[in-house]
Design a protein around this ligand. Structure first.
Ligand code: FAD
Ligand code: NAI
Length: 473
């Protein structure tokens, strides 16, 4: 062995660096192995962070354009793609450099290279022609996920891009086809629509963001259609792509499939798959299922008790905030603490325009599982703050247990929904009842008020709307 450590972390994304830092803070000697030169994984380098920097640019452009209706008209925006890319990269660089510094401060040894288990207590790290053998007492696997590829797509054609390619912003295609109406597809559509692309979106299921309640998705669908004249084809799959000089000729199949069309670029965003299949798991006796996921218990332990797994490689939802929480649990358990992953809910957010956020029970899930609930919903068309922002398309709804009046779930659509949903995640964790929300004085005029007002609708105490059915005391 070239070296030995107490805790070995494989993968330097949000799950991995969080686990490494927490274990080091708890006094462990930690080695963090990452194949790329920068820490941060998908989220910081080619995911959450660069996408939000570009979504910010898109949002400001849209708000500026909207002011035209309220008496302020700007000229047509001039796009300097180098500068936009520079802004995005500067945000990423600042954060990844920060991670490097945080690792040094904690004396976490970062080793760059491709890691593969060679036994249940050792890992080989390959970098160029060199291989380093590392012995460990416990390991935390945080290898994340990669894009799903589908048959029939000429991936070697530069005009076919995935989310990483879309974030590179090489150019603004005149005609962009987005395959997959999930969160990535719609966040990218929001960016490219604002920058001027003509959008076509195909989704194989019968709604955008399948699984999310349709009433939350509708305002986004309406805005994409109204604003960008986006053509949205549900229950449609791409059936073939022919590469022509003039573009990519795409044919479609499905219940509502359109005629073939030619596009300048095609973004494939049909999901992500875990990286558990490529880490020498067999040598460690680590069980990886046929899809590449690693099963863990509530302490993030795999079938090998001293090997933990966290983040995207452990299953859905593949979200950074889930990875970081799991990372802390794994580090704490590996350091001898009695920790466990016992979060009741994990919020989801699409940072589209409008944003869509949901947490806990959804109406779709309640209908499928027969869970009883009652709903309080407040339309933002009655929110002074929302109207003052020039927007009336939002909605805040909260699902309550009819017996206990406790919050079971919530969904919000509208600008800043992603920030607002945190209050409702806390409400669920704290077993809040409707009155806890309605009697908490929310500042006026804010979008956060819509949460208290939705609880008032449920209680029948609302005065901002006339809801005749209920007679709350
Ligand atoms: P990753 O971030 O995938 O990190 C895994 C790391 O392990 C990588 O750096 C990889 O290089 C390394 N690695 C893998 N195998 C090896 C090996 N054998 N040896 C060495 N290193 C290895 N989530 C959100 O919560 N909010 C968002 O807004 C959001 N936006 C997103 C936007 C896009 C475009 C994409 C693609 C994803 C987005 N996500 C978002 C999802 C989020 O990025 C992931 O859930 C998160 O990065 C998972 O963290 P992780 O630590 O499990 O894995
Ligand atoms: P996804 O699974 O969320 O959505 C993919 C969509 O493509 C689905 O609606 C699916 O029905 C559709 N689809 C699959 N095959 C298809 C085909 N052949 N033709 C047409 N449609 C097809 O995956 P996505 O959007 O790629 O994102 C991957 C993951 O990344 C997300 O699940 C999420 O975990 C994470 N992410 C999170 C973000 C956030 O939190 N804001 C932002 C972006 C990604």
């Amino acid at each position: 062995m070239d070296e030995s450590t107490e805790v070995l972390v494989l993968g330097g994304g949000p799950g991995g660096y969080t686990a490494a830092f927490r274990a080091a803070d708890l006094g462990k000697r930690v080695v963090l192995v990452e194949r790329h030169s920068k820490l941060g994984g998908v989220c910081l380098n080619v995911g959450c962070i660069p996408s939000k920097a570009l979504l910010h640019v898109a949002r400001v452009m849209e708000e500026a354009a909207d002011l035209d209706r309220h008496g302020v008209t700007f000229g047509k925006p001039k796009l300097d793609l180098d500068k936009i890319r520079g802004f995005k990269s500067s945000v990423v660089d600042r954060l990844t450099k920060g991670l490097g510094a945080l690792a040094k401060q904690r004396q976490v040894e970062v080793i760059q290279g491709e890691g593969r288990f060679t036994s249940a207590n050792s890992l080989a790290v390959e970098s160029g022609t060199e291989t380093k053998a590392i012995a460990f007492e416990s390991a935390i696997v945080a290898v994340g996920s990669r894009v799903v590829e589908i048959p029939g797509v000429p991936y070697d054609d530069a005009r076919v891009i995935d989310s990483t390619g879309a974030l590179e912003l090489r150019d603004i295609p005149k005609r962009l086809l987005v395959i997959g109406g999930g969160i990535i597809g719609l966040e990218m559509a929001t960016i490219y629509g604002a920058l001027g692309s003509e959008l076509t979106i195909v989704e194989m299921l019968d709604q955008l963001i399948p699984g999310c309640d349709p009433d939350l998705v509708k305002p986004l669908e309406r805005r994409l259609k109204r604003r960008y004249k986006a053509k949205i084809h549900l229950e449609t799959k791409m059936s073939g792509i022919k590469t022509l000089k003039s573009g990519l000729e795409v044919t479609f199949e499905g219940a509502r499939a359109p005629e073939p069309s030619v596009f300048d670029e095609v973004l494939v965003a049909v999901g992500r798959r875990p990286n558990g299949d490529n880490i020498g798991a067999e040598a460690a006796g680590l069980a990886v299922d046929e899809r590449g996921f690693i099963s863990v218990d509530s302490q993030q332990r795999s079938n090998v008790p001293h090997i933990f797994a966290i983040g995207d490689v452990t299953g859905q939802p593949m979200l950074a905030h889930k990875a970081t929480h799991e990372g802390k649990v794994a580090a704490e358990v590996a350091s001898g603490l009695e920790s466990g992953f016992d979060a009741r809910v994990i919020p989801s957010v699409a940072y589209t325009d409008p944003e869509i956020a949901w947490v806990g029970l959804t109406e779709t899930e309640a209908a499928a599982t027969g869970v009883a609930y009652e709903k309080g919903a407040f339309p933002w068309s009655a929110s002074g703050r929302s109207l003052g922002m020039g927007r009336s398309d939002g909605l805040t709804k909260i699902l309550f247990d009819p017996e206990t009046k406790r919050v079971l779930g919530a969904g919000i659509v509208g600008p800043n929904a992603g920030d607002l949903i945190a209050e409702l995640a806390l409400a669920i964790e704290m077993d809040c009842e409707a009155a806890d929300l309605s009697l908490t004085i929310h500042p006026h005029p804010t979008l956060s008020e819509t949460i208290a007002l939705a609880a008032e609708v449920f209680e029948g105490t609302i005065t901002d709307l006339y809801v005749p059915k209920k007679t709350g005391s």
